[in-house]
Design a protein around this ligand. Structure first.
Ligand code: BGO
Length: 272
């Protein structure tokens, strides 16, 4: 059985280092169609049946850069079996922002908490079990630089792909009013998109993502209904819908990080 793993993460999270370690010389480099973004695919050194698709480094699944569009189109339309999300543990807050979006795609996710050597050197610790519980997906500590942990993360990704298991549960990120509007949008589009991707599409429509509105070929009546639900929520929260989603994602992550990351130097007084 051939399996495709999509390697995703922020720029500088260590994706290239890990991709090179996992695939060695079994790499094929080209360009994504229509854009000058490099396309890299390779086969896992230890098991040639496993394809690893390296996606461009991105911060979000928004439609604003070629890298984001390439990545999200691949994840939506090419149906990889599993996502290996490289998270820079030394910059965990910003990196988990993308993770919250990947989890909504209905594809199993494994987190490779990379640069763990940097965290250890600082004397900090991250509560992995709790991170797994909150995000509902397996987390592996990795150091792509030291070639540690990546194979265990791939093995878990392959196991999830073979089981064709869905995401266990999604983290509770958005507050009631937002969830209410998203649920209404889900109802409107449920017959238009694959069942496991309804939530991702509904959130994008809530953000008024024009590419997604066009892709789903929504008629005027559907668009008007969706707009009504968005406008109600915006009125309640006195903010625009895209900012509401961004802010609530960051608020959720910040709250988790405060609990899950124990900094060695916190509270120490610097004498200078
Ligand atoms: C330079 N641990 C540590 N400590 N560093 C890592 C790890 C890890 O687990 N993984 C990657 N790096 P990319 P993207 C560099 O290039 O793979 C380092 O964008 C330097 N270069 O070695 O390129 C990796 O593909 C000069 O560092 O990331 C690289 O996701 C001085 O993180 C950087 C110091 O990795 C980005 C570092 C000339």
């Amino acid at each position: 059985m051939s399996i495709t793993i999509a390697l995703t993460g922020n720029p500088n999270s260590g994706k290239t280092t890990m991709f090179n370690d996992l695939t060695g010389s079994n790499q094929y480099v080209g360009n994504w169609p229509g854009v000058t973004v490099e396309k890299k695919m390779g086969y896992f050194k230890d098991e040639k049946e496993i394809q690893i698709q390296d996606l461009p480094g991105i911060y979000s699944l928004s439609p604003y850069t070629s890298e984001e569009v390439v990545s999200r189109n691949f994840l939506l339309d090419e149906c990889p079996d599993v996502i290996l999300n490289i998270v820079d543990a030394s910059n965990i807050e910003r990196n988990l922002y993308l993770t919250t979006q990947l989890l909504e795609l209905g594809i199993p996710v494994v987190i490779a908490l990379n640069m763990i050597d940097v965290i250890r050197k600082r004397g900090d610790t991250i509560n992995i079990q709790e991170l797994e519980r909150v995000f509902g997906c397996p987390v592996f500590e990795t150091s792509a630089l030291l070639k540690e942990g990546s194979r265990e993360a791939v093995a878990k990704a392959v196991e999830l792909a073979k089981m064709q298991k869905e995401q266990k549960h999604l983290p509770s990120i958005f507050e009631g009013t937002v969830e209410h509007s998203i649920a209404h949008i889900e109802e409107i589009i449920e017959k238009l998109v694959p069942a496991d991707k309804v939530r991702w599409y509904a959130i994008k429509l809530f953000e008024r993502d024009a590419d997604i509105q066009e892709k789903l070929k929504l008629d005027a009546e559907q668009l008007a209904h969706i707009e009504e639900h968005i406008a109600n929520c915006e009125k309640d929260l006195d903010d625009d819908s895209e900012s509401i989603i961004i802010n609530q994602r960051y608020l959720f992550i910040t709250k988790q990080i405060e609990r899950l990351v124990i900094k060695k130097n916190i509270g120490e007084v610097t004498l200078s």
